[in-house]
Design a protein around this ligand. Structure first.
Ligand code: MTE
Ligand code: MO
Length: 404
């Protein structure tokens, strides 16, 4: 039983499955810019591999001509400058249960907590590839879809327990891509559940590509052959069913769309939300003034520029206050670009005060966000429904009613 040696987990995590472990952060615990390690969501497809001597852990880089270069974790630390970035990881299934409430989508029924932000430290994959003999600068623009030739188009990652995924080589080599071979999380060695002793962090990209327990990087003309690259993490139209789907016609998810969620209601109302069949959760409010809080995030390093809140189901809107926490970006004037990342890889947290008069009549809180490219979120779940329940990004609606 390979699961027998899995680590003990914090009992505050909301568990969806035990073997493998899939557990999310409760909404109210997402109330800080940095998610504490013990509360960071866990998304495992298999078991947690055991590591005897972490510094001797080997990373093999396989070049396109088949030659291999091997680095131990000790080598990586010794040979390359350390880099730290703030980056948000989000599972493509985050908020799937909200999409499923409209029409069932298969997969783990995550609420708002399959997301979290950490400070990751490690070395840049780009630096290691350069050392391994790859021409990283300047890199030609490479079409990841093109199928011919033995040109490297993808960087494949393989975990010690056999999970695998890949990213376009352009992301791996970009000088502002910040793809990290990370060995620490919030100043501590990576916890076992999060990839100890080494994982790749692909900031701005769906978390499924941030392969944990990283043991091999393969530079290839092809995407990773794994089912997690070629099948599960793709989106099809709302009419497409699982039966008979042609997986090859779907594009693998890389950068994610705009996302936002309310995380504070449970705590603020002081009540356990009640579930009313067909209507989702109803929160009963009894405060004079409630402070809605939550997060907003976009893929590709695109910064969130606005969060809109409605208390009447989307008829009228107000702007939430974006909290001035470090966004992990070198552009916020607070950090050194080289150290803190080239783009906005981290979520924005927000706050919005709602006076009691809004809450007194009952209705629906709605949140939606906009990123720097003016991308925003779709209004309905049905418009982006897909049978795997990936990329749920429709406006989150939370019904509320006054005190009973
Ligand atoms: N890497 C390995 N080796 N095995 C896995 O099961 N799961 C992926 C990714 N990397 C996975 C993996 C998925 S789908 C997600 S959402 C993230 O890891 C979750 O990272 P976390 O558990 O550190 O939050
Ligand atoms: Mo995921």
């Amino acid at each position: 039983d390979p699961f027998q040696t899995d680590p003990k987990r914090d009992t505050r995590l909301l568990v969806h499955s035990n073997r493998p472990c899939n557990a999310e952060t409760p909404g109210p615990q997402l109330s800080a810019f940095i998610t504490p390690n013990p509360l960071f969501y866990v998304r495992n497809h298999l078991w947690v591999p055991q590591v005897a001597e972490p510094e001797e852990h080997k990373l093999t880089i396989e070049l396109v001509d088949g030659t291999e270069k091997i680095y131990t974790l000790r080598d990586l630390r010794a040979k390359f400058p350390e880099c730290k970035i703030h980056a948000t990881l989000q599972c493509s299934g985050n908020r799937r249960s909200h999409m499923s409430a409209t029409k069932h989508a298969t997969g783990l029924q995550w609420d708002v907590g399959a997301i979290g932000t950490a400070e990751w430290s490690g070395v840049l994959l780009r630096d290691v590839l350069a050392d391994a003999g790859v021409n990283v600068n300047p890199h030609p623009s490479i079409d990841p879809e093109e199928k011919t030739g033995d040109v490297v188009r993808h960087a494949q990652f393989i975990g010690a327990e056999t999970y695998g995924a890949s990213i376009p080589i352009s992301k791996a080599l970009a000088s502002d891509g910040d793809v990290l071979l990370a060995y620490s999380m919030n100043g501590e060695p990576l916890p076992r559940d999060h990839g100890y002793p080494l994982r790749v962090i692909v900031p701005g990209t769906v978390a499924a590509r941030s392969v944990k327990w990283l043991s091999r990087v393969v530079l290839s003309p092809e995407e990773s052959p794994s089912q997690w690259q070629r099948r599960d993490y793709k989106c099809f139209g709302p009419n497409v069913q699982a039966a008979g789907v042609n997986w090859d016609r779907g594009k693998s998810i890389q950068e994610m769309p705009v996302q936002s969620a309310i995380t504070s209601l449970q705590e603020i109302s002081g009540h356990v939300p009640e579930y009313i069949s067909g209507r989702g959760r109803i929160y009963w409010l009894d405060d004079d003034h409630i402070a809605l809080e939550g997060y907003a995030f976009s893929g590709g390093g695109r910064e969130i520029v606005r969060v809109d809140i409605s208390t009447d189901g989307g008829r009228t809107w107000q702007q939430a206050e974006l909290l001035g926490e470090s966004d992990g970006s070198g552009r916020d004037g607070k950090g050194d670009a080289a150290r803190k990342g080239s783009k906005c890889w981290a979520w924005k947290r927000w706050k919005c005060d709602i006076p009691k008069m809004d809450a007194a009549i009952g209705g629906e809180f709605v949140v939606k966000a906009t990123d720097e490219s003016y991308n925003t979120q779709p209004e309905s779940y049905m418009a982006t429904w897909n049978f795997r329940g990936n990329l749920t990004s429709a406006w989150q609606r939370v019904p509320y009613a006054p005190t009973k």
